[in-house]
Design a protein around this ligand. Structure first.
Ligand SMILES: *Cc1c(COP(=O)(O)O)cnc(C)c1O
Length: 388
């Protein structure tokens, strides 16, 4: 019995890596969805959440999806990609960025990232372009915009489509323009680990209105059911390739509540990010540890706060040191070109030394709206008591 009590006390003192935020309205909206009796997709909460997304990413049309992974799959279908096609992307990203295209038979071609932003190195893209290249997928790591002007220029000169994996970037700006509106399409994630979450969820964001009707069809099992619902056709039928990519209303209800609290959530995240940045600066400089360096022309989203240590040993020692003090810190992506899936389904577009070093050294600190000032202080004290 005594042991149980102690264990609980210990747990209270633990600082987890993430606690998914829940707003005061999540539950009420879920109840409302249940009371509506409409739990399948495309009800009033989906409509409301879609409207809110359009306000955050002006100039775009969105469709809610079951995940960011599915939004990327939808994008790959819309691009008509198939075997032999190549898609350039950073190696330092989540599996889904590549997998969605590999599912169509296309080959992910991995390029290195920039040391300062951990985003795809736009100077390395062109040398990876071949006659088979069809698209460039950018990831705005931590919600820091990638160098889109240069990337657009490469895309235009080589007739490539740009897709943004904007899982980290909701609300971020690049030279004043919203992330998610900088390519033909973008994917959003509302996974429990993201800034805005409904457990599992996502959206496909489109800047080209010409894509919307076909996207609706692909998202509804390849049928024109969405147009049928709007009364535009008398019957719905199978028209095209597709799958079931629309989320249930219960999830859209939670997402609606979250999006209504978007600014408040972002304020809380930025406060913590800024506190880490200020309090860790001196320690990081003394020990040659890299902290985030968002360029002046971007506004990031405070999706994550990371440190890059000089070696894998130091990464593991810091994670262990923080763990002993009850703080859960974690590494991030294993380079895709070094993963068994990436090695068989993709290929290298050039050497990726920065990706490898960053993956070896990177540590992410806890960052979520419920993290108190005292907890932030405890984390920074724990970090600065570590001597790499
Ligand atoms: C989280 C994440 C995804 C996958 O999102 P899901 O909604 O879980 O499918 C894809 N890409 C990046 C960069 C991510 O961080």
């Amino acid at each position: 019995m005594v042991a149980t009590v102690e264990t609980r006390a210990d747990l209270v003192n633990e600082i987890p890596f993430n606690i998914p935020y829940s707003t005061a309205d999540d539950m009420a909206y879920c109840r409302a969805a249940l009371e509506d009796g409409h739990l399948s997709g495309d009800g009033r909460f989906t409509a409301r959440a879609t409207e809110l997304l359009a306000k955050i990413i002006p100039g775009t049309r969105s469709l809610l999806t079951t995940s960011c992974t599915h939004a990327l799959e939808l994008a790959a279908i819309l691009l008509g990609l198939g075997p032999g096609d190549e898609v350039i992307m950073p190696s330092f990203t989540f599996v889904s960025t590549a997998n969605a295209f590999a599912l169509r038979g296309a080959v992910p071609v991995f390029v290195d990232i920039r040391q300062e932003t951990l985003n795809v190195d736009e100077r390395k893209i062109e040398e990876a372009v071949t006659k088979r290249t069809r698209a460039i997928v950018v990831v705005h790591y931590g919600g820091v915009g990638a160098e889109m002007d240069a990337i657009d220029d490469i895309a235009r000169r080589n007739s490539l489509t740009v897709v943004e994996d904007n899982a980290h970037g909701l609300g971020g700006l690049y030279k004043g323009r919203p992330l998610g509106a900088l390519g033909a399409m973008a994917s959003q994630s509302f996974h429990a680990t993201k800034n805005i979450q409904c457990g599992e969820g996502g959206a496909l964001v489109m800047t080209d209105p010409g894509l919307v009707i076909r996207a609706e069809i692909v998202r509804e099992k390849g049928t024109n059911r969405t147009q049928f619902r709007r009364g535009e056709v008398d019957k719905y039928t199978w028209l095209d390739l597709g799958s079931s990519y629309l989320p249930a209303e219960l999830l859209a209800a939670v997402l609606t509540a979250q999006l209504e609290h978007f600014e408040e959530i972002q304020r809380m995240r930025h406060r913590i990010w800024d506190a880490y940045h200020e309090m860790l600066k001196q320690w990081a400089t003394s020990y040659d540890v890299q902290t985030p360096q968002p360029p002046r022309h971007v506004e990031h989203t405070a999706h994550l706060y990371h440190l890059v240590l000089p070696s894998a040993d130091q990464q593991q020692s810091l994670i262990k040191h923080l763990g002993q003090l009850g703080i859960k810190a974690v590494s991030h992506y294993v380079p895709l070109h070094n993963s068994p899936g990436g090695a068989t389904l993709g290929r290298l577009g050039g050497p990726c030394p920065v990706t490898e070093a960053v993956s070896d050294g990177l540590v992410r600190l806890p960052l979520y709206p419920g993290l108190t000032d005292a907890a932030v202080e405890r984390v920074t004290e724990a970090v600065t008591s570590f001597f790499p």
